[in-house]
Design a protein around this ligand. Structure first.
Ligand SMILES: [Zn+2]
Length: 290
């Protein structure tokens, strides 16, 4: 990985979080954003997501947030009925590969993961992307415009992303959202890469380069932060958005099965609702990504 967590921690220590936020705010302004902007995307990797997603989707729509969905093809087919309902409500779906890349173990908390794009051959990566494209096209009745790599954090090297974008270009993708927050610092909040727009995922208020990942914060036994930190970071971001109104892009992602039974999650989402943009396609219309 080009930016290891150690490297990122060093950057975070070197620049104070306030300075990082101002730099990310400048990166958002350069991309043409004139206010805080929030998108919520859901990676739905397991059967458990399909069980709870209808409920989670309705709750968020009631709050004023439209989630975006990244569902691997195999998982989408298994839960087709529930995902059809979600799609009918107007939610955007992006390609997240075809083959399953994660499984929830019987304890209901631990995930077994595979199909990391840096660990399979480029031919296998290409097949996963293209089959995912085919499955989602059939499901939607139109071609998807966006993509997120499975376990994207481990697939960040320039040559890895260039190989991915080459495949996406064969199907005329408009955007990918497969990179870590530090990419926004080095580029823009959204930036042009190989003819498409890359939209990095976002981090917290006090550690803007650490992804607010629902699994790590809520379930990981080794991660240094816990569930209250996740809630606190979103609260701080929401309050900051409201008081400063500076350009900023928070591209947050979570898994429905990791938040469905977490009332505090829905409470803090209310703070971000006024800043929600309902889809990546709507975001692209707002900005100048050249
Ligand atoms: Zn995934």
């Amino acid at each position: 990985m080009l930016f290891s967590q150690n490297h990122i921690n060093r950057i975070q220590d070197k620049f104070l979080p306030g300075l990082l936020r101002s730099r990310l705010s400048r990166a958002a302004k350069k991309s043409g954003l004139d206010k805080p902007t929030f998108l919520l995307s859901f990676d739905c990797d397991t059967y458990k997501d399909a069980r709870v997603v209808g409920d989670v989707h309705r709750k968020l729509m009631d709050i004023g947030i439209t989630p975006i969905y990244a569902v691997p093809g195999e998982v989408l087919l298994e839960g087709a009925e529930v995902y059809e309902g979600v799609a009918e409500s107007g939610a955007e779906f992006i390609n997240h590969g075809h083959y399953k890349h994660s499984r929830l173990l019987d304890d209901g908390e631990t995930y077994e993961s595979w199909n990391f794009y840096d660990q399979i051959s480029r031919d296998e990566m290409e097949e996963d992307v293209l089959r995912g494209h085919e499955t989602l096209t059939k499901f939607l009745g139109k071609e998807p415009k966006g993509f997120r790599s499975p376990h994207f954090g481990s697939f960040q090297k320039e040559e890895e992303l260039a190989d991915l974008y080459r495949v996406l270009n064969t199907k005329n993708y408009e955007f990918s959202t497969s990179t870590v927050p530090v990419k926004a610092l080095h580029n823009r909040a959204l930036y042009q890469a190989s003819g498409l727009t890359e939209i990095p995922v976002g981090g917290g208020y006090d550690f803007p380069l650490t992804i607010l990942d629902s699994y790590s914060f809520r379930y990981s036994k080794t991660f240094k932060y816990g569930p209250p930190d996740y809630i606190h970071q979103i609260k701080r971001l929401g309050d900051w958005f409201l008081s400063e109104k500076k350009p900023y892009l928070l591209n947050l992602y979570a898994d429905p099965s990791q938040v469905y039974d977490w009332p505090e999650f829905f409470d803090v989402m209310k703070r971000l609702a006024p800043f929600n943009v309902p889809s990546y396609e709507a975001l692209l219309e707002l900005v100048d990504v050249k």
